[in-house]
Design a protein. Structure first.
Length: 364
């Protein structure tokens, strides 16, 4: 990627075998091109939804503050900063629920796929804004939705679009409004499980418990207080919350790449006998072995469809499953996960198929 007549070498984390996928996009390039109109040395700069750290790496000399949601995003950013010769101890960031800054002069954001998450970012930036604040939001034109304009106009008087460049555009937000109503950072979702579930914006299955997760819960074996269980890629912790209701003293661990997901799980589970892991890797559980690992694995990364993240989780699950333990996943049948799982486990069987979904059970 080029910036200020220099080449910036960037890497994706986690790595991908798909050579067509880059760690930056034309939206990043357009944001950086527009950054030249500001005197960045004198600005309090905030960067949001910078998936692989392209913006943070390019602008590091100006001391930006990043909003980090995914642990993989944090790792990618630090990796690219190190490649640029930057001491990552100086890298300044906070999570989306609590910004550790007093003021935003200018913000650069890659617009997330989730409109709810976009609103959370915009609202958090708005709460730290002043009359001179500008927020630049980059996106690929094919992904545009009028909902973004509605959200931005709720918080800012002046909302405009830039000209397109390489099929990318910017939303440019100026003049923060006064005395507007802020939306709650989290909400309650509908379910038929007799559970009071809350979750932050941008977490998977925003309005209800998704069908696949319900199918997984319906097929689970009898889990007792003596078992140890990992809710892998936990989202709002619905699986763990369901288990806690039926086995109140079982040992639970929940793990997710998303900080908002782990924060949601904390709203739905107690502190007692639950280990929370904000991580993209089961290695965060250290030496612990689990009787059951339960997973509704992701196969989307923003607008990309990929099973590579899931396959890596499967490999790690095989390592962290106790002897005679069981690994349950639910997935779309077209993903053909069983062809990959048979290489990792001695026994792989389909325990349920319903429509386009299947539940698979694996044993070591």
């Amino acid at each position: 990627m080029q910036f200020q007549n220099k080449t910036i070498n960037l890497q994706r984390y986690p790595q991908t075998t798909n050579r067509s996928l880059r760690p930056w996009s034309a939206a990043d390039e357009l944001l950086l091109a527009h950054s030249s109109q500001f005197e960045l040395e004198k600005k309090s700069i905030v960067i949001a939804h910078d998936s692989f750290g392209a913006l943070a790496t390019a602008l590091h000399t100006y001391g930006p503050h990043s909003i980090i949601n995914n642990q993989s995003q944090l790792k990618a950013t630090k990796l690219n900063l190190q490649s640029a010769g930057v001491d990552t101890k100086t890298y300044d960031y906070s999570n989306p629920t609590k910004l550790k800054i007093d003021r935003v002069d200018i913000a650069f954001m890659k617009v997330p796929k989730s409109a709810e998450l976009f609103q959370l970012y915009i609202q958090q930036l708005f709460t730290k804004s002043h009359e001179g604040t500008e927020v630049l939001c980059g996106f690929m034109t094919r992904n545009f939705t009028p909902r973004w304009m509605e959200i931005a106009s709720h918080y800012f008087e002046d909302v405009s679009q830039s000209l397109a460049a390489k099929k990318a555009r910017l939303l440019i937000l100026k003049s923060p409004k006064k005395d507007i109503e802020l939306v709650p950072l989290f909400h309650t979702i509908n379910n038929d499980l007799d559970l009071n579930l809350k979750q932050y914006a941008g977490v998977f299955s925003a309005s209800k418990v998704d069908i696949a997760t319900q199918l997984l819960l319906e097929t689970l074996p009898h889990i007792t207080d003596s078992h140890s269980v990992l809710d892998l890629a936990c989202g709002n912790g619905v699986i763990a919350a369901y288990l806690r209701k039926n086995a109140p003293h079982c040992s639970l661990s929940v793990l997710d790449d998303s900080h908002l997901a782990i924060s949601s799980a904390k709203l739905n589970l107690t502190k007692e006998n639950v280990d929370y892991h904000w991580s993209d890797s089961v290695k965060a559980c250290k030496a612990k072995k689990f009787d059951y690992i339960l997973c509704n694995p992701p196969f989307h990364f923003e607008y990309e469809n990929t099973i590579e993240i899931s396959l890596n989780l499967f490999r790690e699950a095989a390592q962290y499953l106790a002897d005679e333990g069981q690994f349950y996943i639910v997935a779309n049948t077209h993903l053909n996960y069983r062809s990959h799982l048979i290489k990792l486990f001695t026994s792989v069987s389909q325990v349920l198929q319903s429509g386009k979904y299947e539940v698979i059970m694996c044993e070591k």
